[in-house]
Write a protein that binds this ligand. Structure first.
Ligand code: IPE
Ligand code: IPE
Ligand code: MG
Length: 244
């Protein structure tokens, strides 16, 4: 029996909501609504199977370029999700963090984010990072600006500590649904050694079985971090020589 290797940290670019809706002759916002349902189920399932950190891309710094009615629909959806979903997440032991530039969000949404974070701050079952008005370049720039303001030297370690995801280890598995094979400014720094997994499934269709398939694929990868394969799995001969 092969042992199931559950990644500690899964990151997801939840793409394909618009196409899911368009295929059904529905407005794009209907796809985003369905996307919230898929996300609710995904958070629950990840908690159940022992994933420790889930980080999702919900709204990119570039998504402001969408038609104004779609952008306002997404903002409303976030506000609605905050009221409807947070109590349940709290009950399930999920700790919520919002990652991204909050300065462009309305006061109401901003307060909602802070409240959700403080309400769930004591939870330890699953850390759930929601990247909203997030961009990987923004994160690197804001981290560098923090260090410059404090007169700190810029090193890999100091930048790492100033990044918006400094409270969690880097993602082990980075999934993108919706068929595109690109990063779209997600986790540029933290994804340096993430295993990438692309699927044609549209985000609203990404269910528990699809998560299992991604994890099964991940389990078959060899994470070398620059080393050679032989260094990771020493041959019995080499092990004997070393012991002698
Ligand atoms: C991802 O789905 C959700 C957001 C970017 C907010 P899309 O809305 O990008 O869906 P497609 O790519 O148009 O199908
Ligand atoms: C990436 O999806 C952002 C989110 C999923 C929030 P996009 O649909 O915006 O990415 P591009 O524009 O196709 O690269
Ligand atoms: Mg898209």
């Amino acid at each position: 029996m092969t042992q199931r290797v559950v990644p500690n940290h899964i990151a997801i670019v939840m793409d394909g909501n618009g196409r899911w809706a368009t295929k059904r002759f529905l407005p794009r916002v209907a796809g985003h609504k369905k996307g919230v349902d898929a996300l609710r189920a995904c958070v629950r399932y990840c908690g159940d199977i022992g994933v420790k950190v889930l980080t999702v891309f919900a709204f990119s710094s570039e998504n402001w370029n969408r038609p104004p009615d779609e952008v306002s629909g997404l903002m409303e959806l976030l506000a609605m999700a905050l009221t409807r979903e947070v109590p349940q997440l709290q009950a399930e032991g999920v700790r919520i963090h919002f990652i991204g530039d909050r300065s462009k969000l309305s006061d109401k949404v901003r307060n909602g984010l802070t409240q959700a974070e403080s309400m769930t701050a004591g939870n330890t079952r699953l850390v759930f990072n929601i990247c909203f008005n997030y961009g990987g370049r923004w994160d690197i720039a804001q981290a560098a600006a923090q260090l410059a303001a404090r007169g700190e030297a810029i090193t890999e370690a100091s930048l790492d500590r100033a990044m918006a995801l400094a409270h969690v280890p880097d993602p082990d598995l980075l999934i993108r649904t919706g068929g595109e094979q690109r990063i779209s400014n997600f986790l540029l720094w933290q994804g340096a050694y993430s295993e990438l997994y692309f699927t044609d499934k549209l985000w609203p269709e990404f269910d528990a079985a699809a998560i299992d398939a991604a994890i099964a694929d991940y389990a078959g990868r060899e994470r070398r971090f620059g080393r050679t394969s032989e260094q990771l799995t020493p041959s019995p001969l080499r092990a004997r020589r070393k012991a002698a």
